[in-house]
Write a protein that binds this ligand. Sequence first.
Ligand code: B12
Length: 223
Amino acid sequence: MGDETFDYPTMARALILGDKDTVARKTREGLDLSLDPKALIFKGLIPGMDVVGEKFRRNEYYVPQVLLSARAMYAGLDLLKPLITAAAAGADYLGIVVIGTAQGDLHDIGKNLVAMMLEGAGFKVVNLGRDVAPEVFVDAVGEHSANIVGISALMTTTMPAMKRTIDALDQGRASRAGQGHGGRRAGEPGVRRRDRRRWLRQGLHAGRRQGQGPGRGRRGVAS
Ligand code: B12
């Protein structure tokens, strides 16, 4: 059985129901079939979480159900993470990324997914976790000499914290690092989609062109 016949809908449905055992079982099944770990995330887990988000928005789901689904998501992601990050090549990093969720925001699934992908792509990732104060970002960028800073914010109410973090980074030494801002709210205030994509591309590629790691002094937004 290959990717076309794998039962992604059952995996997504289990996530929607918060059934972490079935999500873990389907993830293992997919891995036993040598399916691409990223396919299991993007065709199984994320479509399930999208439905959860929609149900939450329509008040068909409340926080306890969403929490169960989040746990189910992690039951899959935890199994997939070692395979995705395995490509990371010792000390020979493409660059150093400091990533965290903005102050006041507890959503960390998307941020951890981005961290995982970056690690798998060959970056060293310093993951600060969630609800991270601006000064903690600034200190971490200095301490690790990061080339890129990733800030995640999923809520309208935590967008100002993202802005405070950007301002703090701009004031400190960290202004030389490229910044990637993510989360579904990240692009909202008056930024055109076309510009966001261009900035992110520039941020990630500029430093590489100069052979000094990605994104020095550039800024990008992805959602
Ligand atoms: C799961 C979830 C929760 C879980 C979080 C568990 C966890 N460990 O993360 C729990 C139950 C804790 C939760 C709580 C709350 N939530 Co909530 N939650 C969600 C939900 C359903 C899914 C988010 C998710 O994980 N998606 C899957 C991941 C893979 O996608 P993603 O996060 O978007 O990440 C992708 C991109 O955005 C991007 N990305 C993300 N971060 C970064 C960073 C960088 C640097 C880059 C480049 C890219 C990037 O890449 C990722 C991969 O593609 C969303 C619905 C939604 N549509 O987003 C609501 C949602 C975000 N929550 C919402 C709300 C209101 C809340 C609560 C206030 C509810 C309450 N009454 O208590 C609390 C707030 C708690 C807090 N202080 O943060 C609202 C926010 C509305 C708004 N406009 O502000 C949403 C949109 C639901 C809704 N429609 O109402 N939530």
